[in-house]
Ligand binder design. Structure first.
Ligand code: D5M
Ligand code: FE
Ligand code: ZN
Length: 446
């Protein structure tokens, strides 16, 4: 396969090492010593792994109206804080009382976006006091940004009030965004993490051979620095996830799928630190945030004392903050934004949009199911150093304002559904991240 999946190699990301190892197949050495001691010269005392923002066991939502109000209030509070320094904003009800012609700014969640007959846009923002409409004129140079707006995300709009104070004529529009000055952390020794996702054990298309060449490689001296394995969801294929999925199941029982997955996980060197979050194929609620599995599934998967946390969750690995999110909202970002801003071929660009919105799944009531909780766990409050997702089964990576975004491909060959819609998955790749330099190397095992 000559195709090297999408990554930003342009001037925007000069720091990213995009080397692809094409000889990875030669690493599939069947004589690898898999005895438990074969890699035990690692010093576990040097390791540092901390989990933040895990909501497992914290779910309070009952699905009632009041929960939705609380979630959105929390989203508004935490994201408006990010925008507050940039605009001199007023609450919606105060803006309505200002004299016509005044300069005004509002921060709110997007309640409505519509194009007008004359080709302008009407964007309605909502805060805790009410809603207020803003008109974005097509000739203001903001068209490019309007393309990126999604429902329910938090924005600031600045402009001039109409004579009757009924609408704000927008001059500028701000996303919470990631500051360009974001400084990343780093390990103080040469140590690496493998970032993978979408293993789909139990599917006819699960690529067991590719997985074994990956885990064989993990036992070689070359992989010695790979002390961490981060798994961003879809460990198993699940059952009843999509229509007609059962026709492509090798293992039809969900528990048997996790038992099989646990066996595959045992191929990973015993002293590897593993972190996993669930995805939409896993046996937890579909609505995000997804708690990190019930005790029964946990006990099946508990190989190598893996840390099993919620989707999303942030893990700090030797000073590097990694935001792990499975990635269901990427489908929505890709569907709604223009091709050049987000596409399946460049999934990292869709990730840039989530970073810009400082939220992993802004839109409510669409493709991505969101569960109301007391807190909006999907807000990206602290800027991560690395953003790791999967789900779309495409490999892509690049840097956005110094944050490395990595979508990690999959370990499943093309399914019938994917064939029918022309999705060509990037299967059998393992992005390997240097935790000291944040450089990445992608290895191919299929
Ligand atoms: O989904 C992998 C990718 O394929 C993700 O972009 C959704 C899409 N997909 C896969 N199967 C379906 C069906 N049946 N309907 C709609 N979209 C689909 P994953 O959920 O990780 O397998
Ligand atoms: Fe998947
Ligand atoms: Zn998925």
């Amino acid at each position: 396969m000559d195709h090297v999946p999408g990554s930003d190699r342009d001037a925007e990301n000069p720091e990213t090492d995009t080397e692809i190892d094409r000889d990875a197949d030669s690493n599939a050495d069947s004589s690898v010593d898999r005895s438990p001691d074969s890699t035990s010269h690692h010093d576990p005392d040097l390791r540092e792994l901390e989990v933040g923002n895990d909501m497992t066991g914290q779910s309070t939502g009952t699905g009632e109206y009041g929960d939705f109000v609380r979630t959105f209030r929390d989203r508004y509070e935490r994201l408006s804080k990010v925008l507050r320094g940039r605009v001199n904003h007023r609450p919606a009800e105060a803006i309505a009382e200002m004299p016509g012609g005044s300069d005004a700014a509002m921060i709110g969640l997007v309640n409505d976006v519509r194009s007008t007959k004359s080709g302008h846009w009407l964007v309605e923002l909502e805060d805790t006091t009410g809603t207020f409409p803003a008109l974005i004129m097509k000739d203001k140079g903001l068209a490019d940004l309007v393309d990126e707006i999604m429902m329910d995300e938090c924005l600031a709009i600045e402009g001039t009030l109409a004579d009757d104070s009924g609408i704000l004529f927008a001059d500028s529009l701000h996303f919470p965004d990631v500051p360009r000055t974001h400084r990343t952390g780093g390990a103080d020794r040469h140590v690496q993490a493998a970032l993978i996702s979408d293993i789909h054990v139990g599917s006819d298309e699960f690529m067991a051979d590719a997985w074994s060449s990956f885990t064989d490689w993990l036992h070689t001296p070359e992989a010695e620095p790979v002390e961490y394995l981060l798994l961003a969801g879809d460990m198993v294929e699940g059952v009843g996830v999509y229509p007609d999925q059962d026709e492509e199941l090798e293992i039809v029982d969900i528990y048997d799928q996790y038992e099989a997955f646990a066996e595959y996980l045992k191929e990973v060197p015993a002293d590897t630190e593993i972190v996993m979050i669930p995805g939409n194929h896993d046996a937890v609620r579909l609505a995000e945030p997804q708690p990190g599995f019930n005790d029964e599934i946990r006990s099946i998967m508990d190989v190598h004392d893996a840390q099993i946390v919620s989707n999303p969750a942030t893990v700090t690995v030797e000073g590097v903050d990694v935001l792990m999110y499975h990635g269901v909202s990427l489908d929505e970002v890709i569907a709604e934004l223009p091709e050049e801003k987000a596409s399946y071929d460049e999934p990292h660009k869709a990730m840039y949009q989530l970073l810009k919105k400082r939220h992993v799944a802004p839109q409510f009531g669409g493709h991505t199911r969101v569960a109301p909780e007391e807190r909006d766990y999907l807000v990206i409050e602290d800027v991560p150093d690395v953003f790791h997702t999967g789900h779309v089964h495409k490999l892509g990576w690049g840097k956005y304002h110094n944050v490395l975004a990595v979508n990690s491909g999959c370990w499943q060959a093309q399914t019938d559904f994917q064939k029918s819609v022309n999705i060509n998955p990037d299967s059998g790749y393992a992005p390997i991240l240097d935790l000291d330099t944040l450089d990445m190397t992608v290895r191919k095992f299929a």
